[in-house]
Design a protein around this ligand. Structure first.
Ligand SMILES: NC(=O)c1ccc[n+]([C@@H]2O[C@H](COP(=O)([O-])OP(=O)(O)OC[C@H]3O[C@@H](n4cnc5c(N)ncnc54)[C@H](OP(=O)(O)O)[C@@H]3O)[C@@H](O)[C@H]2O)c1
Length: 252
């Protein structure tokens, strides 16, 4: 599908990778971009930068009423970018209780599912269009120090395949992005090299225009994919060693 002239909705569009998508979409000629934001004031800087074409939209993807209202209001969308995400930085069993794991499922998995369900009929009416799900390298390999996050992203990868199959007949393309490490608030604690949010958005939108089902957006994602192909058990053991050395370092 063409990005030029499209009408997009980006969840979590106010900052980080979501903001990268909003900016790159508008710079690439999108007709309108709804920047979903739990607090629309947090997207005001984007509306100011692109006053004619960027619309701040109040949207918490875990709030059924707000998802329904977004679908009612944004009936011209033909590209849905499910970017909103939560990383609680807790272990799975070492967390005090299951609340953070549940919340990570709520935002990353059920939030994406709710948006796909609400916008599937709209995409159908607008010619099929496309859905982009922003996943993580943690969707393709279990990362034990990403407690509830890695299982939630793995579930959302599985969802992407199911949605692709269900919406194939209406011509909706579904692109899953396997993302490595990006310079945003979510990865503020991560050391080492990090990609720019706009570069992830550019890679993601290239995948949409080329009709690619799943794309590794950056070097770390490609390296994880390669390690998985070469020696999956070895990668799992490396991840476990990383967990134990970080537990020793941080005491949790
Ligand atoms: N950064 C990385 O290294 C990295 C790597 C792999 C994948 N990813 C994925 O990339 C996506 C974007 O993450 P990021 O790095 O840009 O993180 P970020 O800077 O922390 O931004 C997260 C965005 O999601 C929004 N959000 C959180 N919960 C929400 C909810 N219930 N409803 C609607 N919006 C919600 C946040 O809104 P508020 O501003 O209101 O909090 C914010 O706009 C996520 O899906 C993340 O899992 C990131």
């Amino acid at each position: 599908m063409d990005i030029k002239g499209c009408v997009a909705l980006v969840t979590g569009g106010n900052r980080g990778i979501g903001e990268g998508f909003v900016r790159v979409l508008l710079e690439s000629g999108a007709r309108r971009v709804y920047a979903g934001s739990r607090d629309p004031a947090a997207a005001a800087h984007l509306v100011e930068a692109f006053p004619e074409r960027c619309v701040a939209l109040e949207l918490d993807v875990t709030d059924a009423a707000e998802v329904a209202e977004a679908a009612r209001r944004c009936d011209d969308v033909n590209l849905l970018v499910n970017n909103a995400g939560l990383f609680a930085n807790q272990l799975l069993l070492g967390a005090p209780d299951m609340s953070s794991a549940r919340q990570e499922m709520e935002v990353n998995y059920f939030g994406t599912l709710a948006m796909c369900r609400a916008f599937a009929p709209i995409l159908a009416r607008n010619g099929g269009g496309a859905i982009v799900n922003v996943l993580s390298a943690a969707a393709i390999v279990s990362v034990p120090n990403m407690g509830g996050y890695a299982p939630a992203k793995a579930a959302t990868r599985s969802l992407s395949g199911a949605v692709r199959a269900e919406l194939g007949p209406q011509g909706t393309q579904v692109t899953a992005l396997i993302v490595g490490s990006v310079d945003t608030r979510m990865a503020a604690h991560v050391e080492g090299s990090k990609e720019k949010p706009e570069d992830i958005a550019r890679a993601g939108l290239r995948a949409v225009t080329r009709g690619i089902d799943e794309l590794d957006t950056d070097r770390m994602a490609v390296e994880v994919r390669a390690a998985l192909a070469l020696d999956p058990k070895g990668l799992e053991k490396r991840m476990a060693r990383m967990l134990h050395s970080s537990v020793i370092r941080t005491g949790r």
